[in-house]
Design a protein around this ligand. Structure first.
Ligand SMILES: NC(=O)c1ccc[n+]([C@@H]2O[C@H](COP(=O)([O-])OP(=O)(O)OC[C@H]3O[C@@H](n4cnc5c(N)ncnc54)[C@H](O)[C@@H]3O)[C@@H](O)[C@H]2O)c1
Length: 324
């Protein structure tokens, strides 16, 4: 059984810790967080999925450390899941790889393209697994869309429109104005999910054009050297506004619609009528299962390669440069 430590026990760290415990083939051997408070105090108010059904007692039994070095020394993990603010992604991933650990790093990869490249090379040099946690690639509702694009069961894709909006985060490090400045805004924090997902579907870098940008709201159009039109839009709403992500896709012989406000189904319309496809399931859970597989088989992820996570950063850079 592979031993995994979670670094950063906030909004996402809690989710990954739960999925490690529930996986059956991974052991949560440690948690690293440098907050000067009891990190288990407000567990039921945190986490990315509302009522998380957390294994609270099991979490409380997990050894907690203030630094990665201390954790590596005391409990010898095989791998770490890094869920700290973006400005620490490079430093902590580099440290973990140099300690000989496999790494699942929360998205986005790193703020600078050169940092991403350096970490990919370091993982290769140390023969360690490095994967960036782009969870949409593992979400059943989005995987259904990807399959329809690939197998053309409704014909070729004509256009795809995605949207992702929610209240500006109010939790964890987002409460610190200085750290908030380093989180990359809605483009790197939110829209990168959809930008990476369309890269995944079309397996190529895109030409991109900004159609609208105002404050933390973006509308971008992507072109993948084929006939379909792709629009990605979204951003931060006023804090405490409900989150929703959705897509609409039109193919030659049918359309798909999905919204996270009705999370377990995708609606399909064709000449034969409408159909409701059940596509429930938890992308974070599937993502962790995949990470368990690749650290066992010792193969870099083909489903979510670090190189394509780097491409998503390049795409964001490209988008931002059009506004400068
Ligand atoms: N995949 C998704 O859907 C998703 C959703 C939200 C956030 N994220 C990503 O997850 C990462 C973390 O975001 P979050 O919302 O969980 O943040 P958060 O503020 O809730 O949690 C971050 C935690 O890291 C801890 N931390 C900070 N510096 C540390 C250090 N040096 N060593 C150990 N722990 C340290 C903090 O104390 C905090 O508990 C970010 O990269 C973010 O983009 C991904």
């Amino acid at each position: 059984m592979k031993k995994i430590a979670v670094i950063g026990f906030g909004f996402m760290g809690v989710v990954h810790a739960k999925n490690i415990i529930n996986s059956g083939n991974l052991e949560l051997c440690g948690i690293v967080d440098n907050r000067p408070v009891d990190i288990f105090a407000d567990l039921n108010k945190t986490g990315n999925q509302g009522a998380l059904d957390l294994p609270v007692e099991r979490l409380r039994q997990t050894p907690v450390f203030k630094t990665l070095e201390e954790c590596a020394d005391k409990v010898q993990p095989d791998a770490v899941v890094i869920c700290v603010p973006l400005f620490l992604h490079y430093e902590l991933t580099k440290k973990a790889l140099n300690l000989g650990l496999d790494v699942l790093l929360e998205k986005p990869f790193c703020p600078e393209v050169a940092q991403c490249r350096e970490l990919i090379a370091l993982a290769e040099e140390k023969t360690r697994i490095l994967m960036v946690a782009h969870c949409l690639r593992f979400a059943p509702q989005y995987e259904f869309l990807a399959q329809c694009i690939r197998d053309e069961r409704y014909g070729k894709l004509r256009w795809l429109s995605t949207s992702r909006m929610g209240g500006e985060p109010t939790w964890g490090v987002w409460q610190n104005p200085e750290i908030k400045q380093t989180c990359g805004g809605s483009l790197l924090d939110l829209l990168i999910h959809d930008l990476d997902f369309v890269n995944y579907c079309f397996n190529a870098p895109a030409d991109v054009k900004v159609n609208l940008h105002y404050d933390e709201y973006w509308e971008v159009a992507l072109e993948y050297n084929h006939e379909a039109a792709i629009s990605i839009k979204g951003g931060f709403l006023h804090c405490n506004t409900v989150f929703a992500a959705e897509y609409a896709a039109t193919f030659e012989r049918g359309s798909l619609r999905f919204c996270t406000l009705q999370p377990d189904v995708v609606h399909v319309g064709t000449d034969n009528g409408s159909q409701v496809i059940t596509a429930g399931g938890d992308g974070y859970c599937e993502e962790m299962k995949h990470f368990a597989d690749i650290i066992t088989t010792r193969t870099q992820s083909l489903r979510c390669p670090a190189e394509s996570s780097l491409q998503a950063i390049e795409l964001c850079r490209d988008i931002r440069s059009q506004e400068e």
